[in-house]
Design a protein around this ligand. Sequence first.
Ligand SMILES: *Cc1c(COP(=O)(O)O)cnc(C)c1O
Length: 394
Amino acid sequence: MTLEQLDKQYVLQTYARDYTNFVKGVGSTLYDENGRDYIDFASGIGVNSVGHGNEKLTEAICEQAKKIIHISNLQVIEPQARLAERIVNLSGYDMGVFFANSGAEANEGAIKIARKYGETRFENKRYKVITLEHSFHGRTITTVKATGQESFHTPHFSPYPDGFSYEKSIEDVYTAIDDETVAVLIELVQGEGGVQPFGKEEIQKLAAHLKQKEVLLIVDEVQTGVYRTGEFLASNLYEIEPDIITLAKGLGGGVPIGAVMTKHKDVLSVGDHGSTFGGNYLSTSAGLAVLNVLEALYESGALAETLVYFEQKLESVSQKYDNLFEKEVGLGLMRGLRAKSAEIQGNVLKNSLKEGLVVLKAGRNTVRFLPSLTITKSEIDEGFKRFETAINTL
Ligand SMILES: *Cc1c(COP(=O)(O)O)cnc(C)c1O
């Protein structure tokens, strides 16, 4: 059986899969089974924040695995406590952290914190959560319901939990708030929805309004967090202080981990929430190693340089090929090219892979770039060279 046949026979077919068989990665270069190299502008959808085969990360994982991988959360776990401290210190917020295993799970935790807050802090229970159209918050029944895209709410999985509604814009959120609204859940840059950042002023204004209304601001930083936008959190970049923040993708460098942090540290009490795997030795040791690498990259100014370099390259491609692309979108190393049609988007993706470049799609017509934060200038140069070859013939 070929690998493709094996996959199709035994793995439930929930993905429109490509069958390139990657067997190794070094930095931002991937190798398939035939030894062919590909530049990785996707980093496993923003997960491989320190690239492939990073020595500090792989060493931390190996060393920890030899000592102890897992013990239950009924015991104290040293790297978990140290990672929580590290995340809180880097964020600059006075918060407490709960560890989960994925973005959706982190958002579930955020919604639970908000719901209990709404139940215990007000005379009349508040439970409604407002999210935005084109948002993405996960694939569990609750987070899929929180996702503001009708196509996700298929009747196949109904009934969904009550209390979620979607607004077209930040402006519309103001009028949607009523006395049962407990929280507004947003991404500062909508990732899956099309790499669309919100304006700093409109977000600051919303944050101030929510504070005054005692409505919680939950920021889903599953994709934007961990230096993706150039600061540790996009919330830092926007200079706001959310009530609850969620993290996942880049935090473990590929080891599954999610986190929800909040300044309302006493809302959840013993027994309210838990996870078997969340925050175990392996994932939190990986998280610490990732933050060591990325904090140094940030402090040295190298990350800021990479951001500017990548953006300049993208900008020039966007201008040169204005027959294919409307504009460049995004922030930091979370970037996109808005294609003039879904067909162009599809062809760009297909041709890129043929030329040895992995890129992603987002929304209906955006080509998305989520390179590892440790990508080098020569990898960026080579990637854009291949990108131009791929789109030249379109
Ligand atoms: C990827 C993503 C999620 C879901 O994360 P999973 O780890 O796949 O559950 C949630 N929110 C945002 C903003 C994401 O980008």
